[in-house]
Design a protein around this ligand. Structure first.
Ligand code: 26Y
Length: 818
């Protein structure tokens, strides 16, 4: 029987104060009078962890007792950010904690800021995984997230003289109070070596793999509590170390480095998030990371299943395994290996079990992001898996032939092995074939999956691809990031809005209400003052909180077209200088985002934004009308400050290239209006906020495809647009790089010669949309009406809705009933 373990709720400030103080003294050994903000953070986190862990154990017991199916979310990235306020919100202990810390002489806001961001992800895909973990807990769906406990997460970005500098982010330096070591869950993961053939055919019978090397996977659990503490799950992150970390004989002989060399090598597997994949060594390390965490996680899943007394044939009834992109796709071959080689399952039965458990989410169709691994590397690192993939591929191609896909070209396109550029394993094909469902992340993206990259596979398996449009957790992105707006929504719509996102639609009837509008304006202004203060402190730039805050924050990538935005800013600056008294709307253009260290063009765009900012910001003619700001080190915590202060949200990717976007949802939820292309989830956002309340411009995905087929000549667009020509010309002649007019030549050349992302094609349409933005801004009533209708329409973009769809259509699992 399930044992209820949850601690009794804290009833008084004094009780909670004493619980925190006890942690400070007895767990940390600190004195109240000299405790730092970090000490208080740690004491508070430990006191909270007690409560969350009790919930997690309780949830686990209930799950086991009910024989309830579990979800396993395998992701190489979890971009969690801070956990303190998230935990307090979901336990409803924020007010109590403010009071308790106050009595202890600590300041809540400073304690909150003492927590480092867990930046175990790059961007959208990693943040989606974090939102999904929170929603799964909120819906009481028993879920375990599996990933890597990177010692150094995403780099810290500094801007020096306009240039991005990457520094290691040492988020674990002072320890991590949220996590709990689970030594009994550790396991050893093999690499290399050879395969002993036990059966006599082509890999479909039992084999024994003798790895040349073992790396120990060390388990760390972080409990994840759901909204109103309904349920708690865990995030299990693996770190790597050697099985025998110290060679004592070598150490005693004075070879201190040699004594730990194995350990250093093993630990490199969990050292950093995505090492550069531009060198062969870096590539191999990433494949090692992928196999390391996939294998450790599958080992853990099968162990739990067997320990609970189930037969392996029942695995698909008890476990849904979601692959977050192809990064963990090797888990499909590993599952086959464990079933066939270790547990003696017959090949076809093993395949039934595997396909029944796995499903795969695709997050991008960009060719450079579709993973393939050289066959030679796979054979060396994972010889048994390569055999299994060959055999799976033979079965898959045979089945395709039987369905009529027999031509050489079809067979080549369907194959798991790409023969066109050396022999490489297509991880997307492996993931597709080994999954019962494959999903895209917005309606447009899912359609493009069916039409382009996965077309032939889709014809073979027409029911497999399905759409689940992304979502965001409203707890973090509304309640925590924007308490002012949340308070207002509760006043107007009642407490129900906290539990049911569809209640937001009730705002539609109030869109013209002057009282509501006045309160919204006050709330936005306060958020803008807070952001202005931050910009003042960090950059010494004074912002006018009454200007239009026009915000473009996300990873730096050419397809996301920060370049289009900065070109328009240059052209606007030129126009204002030409006619300073023409009644311009004062604007602040805010940028933030990191570029991959090896991505030269993206780094150069960061430099251009910073160089343009320094020239524009020091121009006395335009200084009241236009400012450009690049905030360094964009991360989850900075996003929580920037987004609630935005008036305008820039979502301007080349149509067909942004799979979904999730930043677009965060802004619109907080009442910013979107300027965007018909790309990713922007299309669905338009449908829900209604076309009058969003600024759509530019080529559609279909038109982009036609332009590309027809051959694309940017010079025609440049000649046709004096504004665009003027902006490019200014950059090219060194206006923003005095004394070095070639600094931005790679950008100018790209625009004039190839323009792969159709910046010039969309420029005029974008500039025209920006004029519509300015016109609406002048009509204060109309602007705020549109803002209300944005928030009102965003209910469907809750990650609770997304997780509900996964649960129903893909995982076949429900929430746990109490
Ligand atoms: C394999 C390696 C090069 C790689 C590493 C990270 C490839 C892709 C990624 C990350 C991709 C990513 O973050 N994609 C984004 O996923 C979001 C969540 O679905 C989408 O909203 C967003 O449009 C998409 O770019």
């Amino acid at each position: 029987p399930a044992v209820p373990l949850a601690l009794a709720p804290i009833r008084s400030v004094a009780d909670w104060r004493d619980a925190i103080l006890a942690k400070l003294v007895y767990a940390l050994g600190r004195d109240q009078r000299t405790a730092s903000d970090r000490d208080w953070f740690e004491a508070l986190a430990l006191a909270l962890r007690d409560r969350v862990v009790a919930h997690a154990l309780d949830s686990d017991n209930l799950t086991r007792a009910a024989g309830h199916k579990r979800v396993y979310y395998l992701s190489l990235e979890f971009l969690v950010g801070r956990l303190l306020v998230d935990t307090l919100t979901n336990l409803d202990m924020t007010g109590l904690t403010r009071a308790a810390l106050g009595e202890l002489g600590a300041d809540f806001e400073r304690v909150r800021a003492a927590e480092p961001d867990a930046a175990l992800g790059n961007g959208g895909l990693g943040r989606l995984a974090a939102c999904f973990m929170e929603s799964a807990a909120s819906l009481a769906i028993p879920t375990c997230g599996y990933g890597i406990r990177y010692e150094n997460g995403l780099f810290r970005q500094e801007i020096r003289n306009g240039v991005q500098v990457e520094l290691p982010e040492d988020w674990l330096a002072a320890g991590n109070p949220w996590e709990i070591r689970r030594p009994e869950r550790d396991c050893d993961i093999g690499f290399g070596g050879h395969v002993e053939q036990v059966g006599d055919d082509d890999g479909a019978t039992r084999c024994v793999w003798h790895p040349a090397e073992l790396v120990r996977a060390v388990a760390h659990d972080t409990p994840v509590i759901g909204w109103r503490a309904r349920h708690a799950n865990r995030l299990r992150l693996w770190s790597a170390r050697a099985v025998a970390p110290l060679r004592l004989d070598a150490f005693n002989a004075g070879d201190y480095l040699g004594a730990v060399a194995d350990d250093v090598r093993a630990r490199s597997v969990s050292r950093v998030l995505y090492p550069s994949d531009t060198t062969p060594a870096g590539q191999e390390l990433r494949l090692r990371q992928e196999y390391f965490f996939s294998a450790a996680s599958l080992h853990d899943i099968l162990r739990r299943h067997l320990a609970e007394g189930y037969d392996l044939s029942r695995l698909p009834d008890m476990a849904a395994i979601q692959l977050n992109d192809t990064h963990p796709a090797i888990a499909i071959a590993e599952m086959m290996r464990l079933l066939v080689d270790r547990h003696g399952t017959a090949w076809n039965e093993a395949w039934r079990i595997t396909c029944g458990c796995f499903s795969y989410t695709n997050h991008t169709l960009l060719p450079e992001a579709l993973e393939t691994w050289p066959v030679a590397l796979m054979e060396r690192l994972l010889p048994r898996h390569m055999q299994i993939i060959y055999r799976l591929n033979a079965d898959h191609l045979e089945a395709a032939r039987a369905k009529g896909a027999a031509s050489d070209s079809l067979q080549a396109s369907l194959s798991m092995i790409d023969e066109t550029q050396g022999r490489r394993v297509r991880m997307g094909t492996l993931a597709f074939v080994g999954s019962h469902r494959v999903n895209g992340v917005s309606a447009l993206h899912t359609g493009l999956m069916r039409e382009t990259v996965f077309h032939d596979l889709h014809v073979l398996h027409p029911d497999r691809i399905t759409n689940v449009t992304n979502g965001i957790t409203f707890r973090r992105w509304l309640f925590e990031a924007n308490p002012r707006l949340t308070g207002l929504l509760v006043d107007v719509l009642g407490d129900a809005v906290l539990d049911d996102p569809s209640v937001l639609a009730g705002l539609r009837g109030l869109a013209g209400d002057p009282g509501l509008r006045a309160r919204l304006i006050a709330c936005r202004r306060a958020n803008k003052v807070a952001l202005s203060n931050l910009v003042g402190e960090q950059l010494g730039i004074g912002l006018d909180p009454d200007a239009l805050f026009d915000v473009h924050v996300k990873r730096l990538h050419e397809y996301k077209r920060q370049l289009l935005n900065i070109l328009e800013a240059v052209s606007l600056w030129q126009a204002i200088r030409a006619r300073p008294a023409a009644g311009w709307v004062p604007r602040v253009k805010i940028f933030a985002g990191k570029a991959a260290a090896s991505y030269a063009q993206a780094r150069l765009i960061i430099r251009l934004i910073n160089d343009v900012a320094s020239v524009i910001n020091s121009d006395p003619v335009t200084s009241d009308l236009l400012k450009v700001v690049f905030l360094p080190n964009f991360n989850v915590s900075l996003a929580e400050i920037i987004i609630p202060a935005a008036d305008l949200s820039e979502q301007i990717s080349t149509a067909g290239m942004e799979a979904s976007g999730t930043g677009n949802m965060k802004f619109a939820l907080n009442g910013a209006l979107t300027i965007g292309t018909l790309d990713g989830a922007n299309i669905e956002i338009r449908d829900h906020v209604r076309a009058d309340n969003i600024f759509i411009f530019g080529l559609t995905a279909a038109e982009v495809a036609v332009r590309r087929l027809d051959g694309w000549h940017p010079e025609f667009s440049i000649v046709a647009s004096p504004a665009l020509a003027g902006a490019i010309e200014a950059i090219g002649r060194g206006t923003f790089s005095p004394g070095e007019d070639t600094r931005f030549a790679p950008i100018v050349d790209e625009l004039r010669r190839t323009d792969r992302f159709l910046v010039t094609a969309d420029f005029d349409s974008y500039a025209e949309a920006q004029r519509r933005v300015a016109a609406l801004w002048r009509d204060r009533d109309a602007w705020w009406r549109a803002a209300v209708l944005n928030t009102a329409g965003m209910g469907p973009f809750s990650s609770d809705r997304a997780i509900g769809e996964y649960a129903e259509k893909i995982w076949h699992v429900t929430g746990l009933e109490r």
